[in-house]
Design a protein around this ligand. Structure first.
Ligand SMILES: [Zn+2]
Length: 465
């Protein structure tokens, strides 16, 4: 980001390909949301006004197949999982995109683009009467530039019946309606009823909301080819400059395999956040560089969660000692340098760890300007990663009302007083029993020079995976 020059001074436009809402999102899906949420926050820290467009692919062959299997309308299936996706990125502290267009809401824009491509000789209607319209890859010499491939080395596009294609690598802009799909999943066009091809959706929506040239186009690495290659060909073939930078996050694997295959339901976000808190899952994901594969396992996730709890422990103690400070708005230069270096979060987090380490030493001498500055820096660095535990959305997610929290505080406090009395009379059996009973209820007691403190432990996993 050091040499970053935006299309419009002071503003950044980011498009990242949203999900095809066909099923419940797993950790691999949500990783992209976290990466692009951190990117957005980093640009905002740098003073840019950021516009984020992430589409929802709500019409696609997989949605039609899965909804038919379940016996529900395709649009109800898509909407159900769109809501599930929203829940997942909300629970992980990812802010919603500036705007989130749905593919089915942009059919006229897509038809207009297809017509332009046909008129300029880059697309053709299949001669077999299927209603398919294809992009003619041979007509576009730059095809393959994004993924560094020569047309002749490419695999055939598998997105449609190849009979009507001039070249097996031609990809579908529009898919003619077939009798085995619901009529509601088709729209009238000059070439017959049909539905959009996936790649065309993004080209039409990116152009509409970000203009003919914008800053960053992103998505998972698996989208680079053919999806992004095809988007680039379509948009540039109608005369747009399209994206200045492409940013692809690496995939999440488990046991070396693509996540959805190897872990099944175990990796679904809704299930994972029953094992660790959402903030801990986010911390875990942010620790990897976005271009490095995340090899997911429950053991590594739990290890990361424990590490994050130590940082939270420091923040809680330092806040108590200092009475609390606001997060810094000017962050340590080493941290900034690492984040500016292609969003190098692992190195930036090393700076964060060092700062916490220093803070833990400072805390021994009680309140001081140095400790306040340290705490502000730690919270500020966490904030740009979306992980400041004392900021929204985390701070208001304690799960209990204020009234209940007060009652709980009183009850636990009374038990801790009894425990203290037991310790004073050297009745350690009684004091340990109180601590163990609290622990069984999920209340962890820690003895500090300032007295006993307690926290509610995150939900403990009960089964292995
Ligand atoms: Zn896309």
């Amino acid at each position: 980001m050091r040499d970053f020059e935006p299309v419009h001074p002071g503003k950044v436009g980011i498009y990242h390909c949203g999900l095809t809402v066909q099923g419940a999102p797993h950790v691999g899906h949500i990783y992209k949301e976290v990466v692009f949420d951190v990117l957005r926050r980093w640009f905002e820290y740098a003073g840019y006004e950021v516009t984020v467009i992430a589409n929802v692919t709500d019409i696609e062959d997989k949605i039609l197949a899965k909804s038919a299997e379940r016996g529900v309308p395709w649009w109800a299936h898509a909407y159900e999982f769109e809501r599930e996706l929203h829940w997942a990125y909300d629970v992980l502290g990812c802010r919603p995109p500036t705007y989130e267009p749905r593919a089915t809401g942009h059919i006229p824009e897509m038809l207009e683009m297809i017509q332009q491509l046909i008129d300029s000789g880059h697309a053709y209607v299949a001669p077999d009467g299927s209603g398919d319209v294809y992009f003619d890859v041979k007509s576009w010499p730059a095809y393959g530039e994004l993924s560094n491939q020569k047309i002749d080395d490419m695999e055939p596009a598998e997105d449609a019946d190849p009979r009507g294609k001039r070249d097996p690598r031609d990809f579908a802009l529009w898919k003619g309606h077939t009798e085995d799909t619901p009529r509601t999943a088709s729209w009238p066009t000059p070439w017959g009823r049909g539905r959009p091809g996936w790649h065309l959706e993004c080209s039409a929506m990116a152009g509409k909301y970000l203009g003919t040239e914008f800053d960053i186009h992103g998505g998972g690495l698996d989208l680079r080819f053919p999806h992004h290659e095809n988007e680039l060909a379509q948009s540039t073939a109608v005369g747009q400059k399209f994206a200045r930078f492409w940013m692809h996050n690496a995939l999440v694997t488990a046991a070396g395999e693509k996540m959805s295959k190897s872990l099944g339901n175990g990796a679904i976000v809704r299930n994972v956040v029953r094992r660790v808190r959402p903030i801990e899952l986010r911390w875990y994901l942010v620790q990897s560089h976005y271009r490095s594969v995340v090899e997911y396992s429950l053991a590594s996730l739990e290890k990361a969660a424990t590490g994050f709890q130590r940082i939270e422990g420091f923040i809680a103690r330092a806040t108590e000692v200092t009475g609390g400070v606001e997060p810094a708005t000017k962050l340590p230069v080493e941290f900034v340098a690492e984040m500016d270096n292609d969003l190098s979060t692992p190195a930036a987090i090393a700076v964060l760890h060092n700062t916490v380490h220093d803070g833990n030493k400072l805390i021994e001498d009680g309140d001081s300007p140095a400790l306040r500055e340290n705490l502000a820096a730690v919270r500020g660095m966490l904030a740009v990663l979306g992980l400041d535990p004392l900021a929204e959305p985390w701070v208001s997610r304690t799960g209990a009302s204020e009234e209940l929290t007060e009652i709980l505080d009183g009850l636990v406090g009374a038990l801790l007083e009894q425990r203290q009395a037991a310790r004073e009379r050297k009745d350690y059996a009684a004091s340990d029993e109180i601590r163990d009973r609290l622990k069984a209820l999920g209340v962890v007691v820690e003895d500090t020079p300032q007295g006993s403190r307690w926290t509610i432990a995150p939900h403990q996993p009960t089964e292995g995976n």
